[in-house]
Write a protein that binds this ligand. Structure first.
Ligand SMILES: Nc1ncnc2c1ncn2[C@@H]1O[C@H](COP(=O)(O)OP(=O)(O)OP(=O)(O)O)[C@@H](O)[C@H]1O
Length: 629
């Protein structure tokens, strides 16, 4: 900070001013000193003759010319040369000396002119002149001494001034250094100044922005005020709503409690319904037989089948025989059969299904259910099980599937979750064929029936398709029919001579109640049951008939063994009974349709079918228990 420019500048100015003063005072002296080395030769100065020279001018010199005017005076006795030199140092003094000399000379000349003979007088004049000169010389010497003193003083002053000059010079160099340093400072200053201008620009920009921000802030403050007002309104609304919410929450809580209570009741009711439903089914019999009479092709009524209007459980098969004796015209033999339900030719698909829908419900409740259609070819088995395309003609399988998915949806509201797996298999000549197979015909795999340790029956390499809705199942049924018709083209009436088994595995779980159930709904369209005389059947047809008759009669034997609670039930004797094993055992509900063809020429087969069905109907399968955990 000691190098503040202003202060330094002042110092410089002060010094230079004093220096200049000194210089002014000193300069002339210096000039004079420089001229001095050449001793002044006083031009027109008097030639001073030393003391050695005769004090009297040569006698030859005429008195008429005693002085030379402005020319050099010849002085008889004068100061030494050195003293004269000293005198000549100062021009002014020189002038004075010259004047004096002139005066001296003129004084000599101013004396009264003596006669040539007045030598005494002349000597006296000359002596007077000498005395004058001596006096003058003394005064000049004194003056010279004074001048010398002055010169010495001046010289010492000059030395001082030189010292001062030296000092000033060093000061000047210091100042110059300082100035140089200051030039760096100036650069810095310039930089600082440029920075300053940049900063000023930035500042002005920022000020502009600040103004914008201020405007924005003002508008936002206004907005904030508006929002605060709105907020206060909202807060009061919120407080009101919160009050309402608290009330509502309280209400919801009590409603939830009610709902939970009702759910408990509902679940208990559902379980009770299942129990009662099962009781009813058991009372109805775990194996039930429904008889269904197909209408005649021309729509008329069959004469040999009688269905009493008041009784829906009886069917009478009447046969008129001629008397052997011929005395009476005709004798009529009636075969009366009772079943759980007999459907006449006018019974609709809906009517038939209503009777079995209770069993379908049992399947969802966790009971194995098996429903199969038995009867001669063309008696209406497929119509009963599958029906036709249009809605009212839909058979048991599509209706059962629809009922199951709808019921599952309803049970989902009570916490039940169901998974369904469908399979469709054909048994032809005691071999299994996957009706849901979609691969190449040449790569059709072989199938075997396997029974697991927990008595679950499965078929190897069979397609088990996970389904979650009715349409998916209908798609699979269509695929199965396509597969069957392909096989049928190769072999006439093959579908009549094979059993088709549709199985829907149902698994239900109610996590909330920790309840599970598992069951299988098995819907079977059996092969035609007509007997053929061995003599009339040959080759492949004979083999087919043997297989069909074998499996159907074994079905009868199995049912009979179950009814008699025999220790050994020959399930393995045929593929059909082995496959239906879990649906025919104690833990199952079985429904058999016996389909009747009304034509007179089918009388024998009808009688056989009714006898077979009657035998099944007499069986009471052990009390079923639901597959629950
Ligand atoms: N209750 C019924 N009402 C109207 N038509 C029926 C009825 N039952 C069967 N039919 C018709 O009779 C014909 C033969 O029926 P269906 O094919 O169901 O017999 P099936 O016993 O299945 O024969 P197959 O053993 O050859 O398969 C079909 O045209 C079918 O539409």
């Amino acid at each position: 900070m000691s190098r503040l420019p202003v202060m330094s500048s002042k110092r410089v100015l002060t010094s230079s001013s004093s220096s200049s003063e000194n210089a002014q005072e000193f300069a002339p002296a210096q000039k004079r000193i420089r001229k001095d080395p050449d001793p002044v030769k006083p031009h027109a100065a008097a030639t001073i003759i030393g003391g050695k020279r005769p004090a009297v001018a040569p006698s030859r010199a005429p008195f008429s010319k005693p002085a030379r005017g402005m020319g050099a005076a010849t002085v008889a006795v004068g100061p030494s040369r050195g003293k004269m030199s000293s005198l000549c140092l100062l021009p002014k003094r020189k002038t004075t000396v010259v004047k004096n000399l002139d005066f001296c000379y003129a004084g000599g000349g101013g004396t009264t002119k003596r006669h040539a003979w007045d030598l005494k007088g002349k000597v006296s004049d000359m002596e007077g002149k000498v005395r004058n000169y001596q006096t003058k010389f003394k005064s000049v010497n004194q003056e010279n001494e004074a001048l010398r003193d002055t010169m010495v003083q001046r010289q010492s002053k000059m030395v001082e001034m030189e010292k001062e000059l030296k000092k000033q010079k060093s000061q000047i160099s210091e100042y110059e250094e300082e100035l140089q340093a200051l030039s760096g400072v100036r650069e810095e200053l310039e930089k600082v100044s440029s920075d300053k201008s940049t900063l000023q620009k930035e500042l002005s920009n920022l000020e502009g922005k600040y103004k914008v921000m201020e405007t924005l802030r003002d508008s936002q403050e206004t907005e904030l005020q508006t929002l605060k007002m709105k907020l206060s309104v909202q807060e009061s609304t919120l407080a009101r709503v919160q009050g309402t919410l608290r009330d509502t929450e309280e209400e919801v809580r009590s409603l939830k409690e009610t709902v939970a209570q009702q759910e408990d009741e509902l679940h208990a009711g559902e379980m009770e319904r299942r129990r009662l439903h099962n009781t009813i089914q058991e009372l109805k019999g775990n194996i039930r037989v429904f008889c269904r009479v197909r209408p005649l092709v021309d729509g008329g009524l069959s004469k040999h089948i009688q269905l009493p209007a008041s009784d829906v459980k009886t069917i009478t098969l009447a046969k008129t025989e001629e008397s052997h004796t011929g005395k009476t015209a005709e004798t009529q033999k009636n075969y009366i059969f009772s079943f759980d339900r007999v459907f006449g030719p006018m019974a609709s698909q809906q009517e038939v299904f209503e009777e079995i829908s209770l069993l379908v419900q049992s399947a969802l409740d966790g009971y194995n259910v098996c429903c199969f259609a038995y009867g001669q070819t063309g008696s209406g088995k497929t119509y009963t099980m599958e029906g036709a395309e249009y809605d009212q003609a839909r058979g048991v399988i599509p209706r059962a599937v629809q009922q199951i998915f709808r019921a599952a949806e309803k049970l989902a509201t009570q916490g039940w979750e169901f998974t369904f797996t469908a399979s469709f298999v054909e048994i032809y000549n005691e071999s299994l064929r996957d009706l849901l197979y979609t691969g190449k015909a040449s790569k059709r795999p072989e199938h075997e029936i396997r029974k697991s340790t927990n008595n679950e029956v499965t078929i190897t390499n069979l397609t088990y398709e996970k389904v979650s809705n009715e349409d998916q199942v209908l798609g699979l049924i269509a695929l199965a029919n396509q597969n069957r018709s392909t096989a049928q083209t190769a072999q006439n009436d093959r579908s009549s001579r094979s059993h088709s088994v549709f199985q829907l595995d149902i698994e239900g779980v109610n996590v909330g109640r920790d309840v599970k159930c598992k069951s299988t709904l098995c819907l079977v369209d059996l092969a035609g049951s007509e007997r053929m005389l061995k003599s009339q059947s040959q080759g492949e047809r004979f083999k087919e008939m043997t297989a069909i008759n074998g499996s159907l009669s074994n079905l009868g034997i199995v049912i009979s063994a179950l009814a008699n609670k025999e220790s050994y039930v020959p399930y393995r004797n045929s593929k059909l009974t082995y496959l239906l094993q879990s649906c025919l055992g104690g833990n199952s509900k079985t429904l058999m349709f016996v389909n009747i063809a009304p034509e007179s020429d089918s009388f024998g087969e009808t009688l056989n079918s009714l006898r077979f069905a009657s035998k099944v109907n007499d069986c009471v399968i052990g009390t079923a228990s639901a597959n629950r955990k």
